[in-house]
Design a protein around this ligand. Structure first.
Ligand SMILES: Cc1cc2nc3c(=O)[nH]c(=O)nc-3n(C[C@H](O)[C@H](O)[C@H](O)COP(=O)(O)OP(=O)(O)OC[C@H]3O[C@@H](n4cnc5c(N)ncnc54)[C@H](O)[C@@H]3O)c2cc1C
Length: 341
């Protein structure tokens, strides 16, 4: 019989990150689908009682914890030692892990230590004939595959945005502490420095993806480009809506070509075949043509709208739910006004 281990770390406030609450929902479904395979929760962090209590009702048979100051911070050596101990203690065959940056860099090494196998960017689970299967996308999200593995333990790093975050499971969890000898470390974590809210334009949890295309920098009807105005309109909208900022490749490539660019835009914002594939409930593309290599990055955006002067642009070819044939400068000025300035 399979044994499922849900493995997560806490955030700096001692709580489980949203990605972990989502993936816990997936682990619970998986355990249920496997004829009630036993589910164990394994937690890594500082003081883990509050985090365990927040998911006490998830149906886990046991809550294992590697806690303490040394394990509160993100550091490969301590995280790998903690995760290895939890996997061994639980005797898990399936290890389900949220793909946070902290555990994404740790789990491949842990899988190696316990002679397991690992799959990354997992987007779902299925119960195949006699064995669990994972869902995973290939070729820049164009093809979806289901696969299973014989090797155990089988680690899966599950992407965020796939499952709904669990809620209403709080209670009192009986936390069993697993002792780990703190390994020799060279890395001392002195603190965390986050980008300021203004500088942070990529917001994975945002309700809306706002994409800016190269049209924002092009000559407009008056024969002039209006870059400062474009920057202000986009920044005002991001401030008012808290949307996440995406870009077309053409726009972010302009910096390398020495052209005028939007100062806050980098290749990190690029959406598409050679960019990212974000997951937001809604997306709005502006001054972006909607060519296939760009739109393929919209695979997981559920509701799509675009503003373009060209009624024959790519968005009109079945790629958007709604296309507003309009001047994005005027549209966004009006939207910003409606958002309150
Ligand atoms: C191998 C390969 C990989 C690629 N990978 C990616 C990728 O990952 N991501 C990506 O984005 N692209 C990618 N591309 C490039 C892609 O094919 C397009 O060239 C690119 O997406 C075009 O960017 P754009 O729509 O911003 O610019 P443009 O094609 O220049 O379109 C600008 C649009 O702005 C509109 N516009 C101008 N002014 C206004 C206005 N005032 N109001 C409203 N609309 C206006 C115009 O009508 C036009 O449609 C890739 C290409 C290749 C070959």
């Amino acid at each position: 019989m399979e044994k499922v281990l849900f493995l997560a770390h806490t955030d700096s406030a001692g709580a489980l990150p949203k990605a972990a609450l989502e993936v816990l929902g997936g682990a619970m479904e998986l355990a249920k689908g496997l004829s009630g395979a036993p589910l164990t929760v394994g937690l890594v962090g500082g003081d883990l009682k509050a985090a365990a209590d927040s998911i006490a009702g998830c149906g886990a048979e046991s809550f294992l914890a590697v806690g303490g100051d040394e394990f509160a911070v993100s550091r490969y050596a301590t995280d790998a030692a903690a995760a290895e101990a939890l996997v061994r203690k639980s005797e898990a065959t399936l290890v389900i892990v949220p793909a946070t940056s902290r555990f994404s860099r740790t789990m491949p090494g842990v899988a190696q230590r316990v002679d397991g196998r690992i799959d990354t960017h997992v987007t779902g689970f299925e119960i195949g004939p006699g064995s669990p299967q994972i869902e995973r996308w290939y070729y820049r999200q164009r093809m979806v595959a289901r696969l299973s593995r014989q090797q155990r333990p089988w680690f899966t790093l599950v992407d965020s945005g796939v499952f709904d975050a669990v809620d209403g499971l709080s209670g009192s969890a009986a936390l069993e502490s697993v002792t780990v000898d703190v390994p020799a470390t060279r890395t001392r974590v002195v603190g965390e420095e986050a980008a300021t809210a203004e500088a942070q334009t990529i917001r994975p949890d945002a309700q809306l993806l706002f994409v800016a295309g190269a049209g924002w920098t092009k000559k407009q009807a008056d024969g002039q480009s209006h870059l400062p105005e474009a920057e202000q309109l986009i920044l005002d909208f991001l401030g008012g809506s808290q949307a996440s900022l995406g870009s077309s490749k053409s726009l972010v490539d302009q910096s390398g070509e020495g052209q005028d660019v939007l100062s806050f835009m980098s290749h990190m914002n690029q959406v598409g075949q050679t960019g990212s594939t974000p997951r937001h409930p809604k997306g709005l593309a502006t001054c972006c043509h909607g060519e296939e290599p760009h739109v393929v990055g919209w695979r997981f955006i559920k509701e799509r709208r675009a503003v373009n002067l060209d009624p024959g642009c790519g968005w009109a070819q079945g790629k958007a739910d709604v296309l507003y044939v309009a001047d994005a400068f005027q549209v966004m000025a009006k939207v910003n006004e409606l958002l309150g300035g």
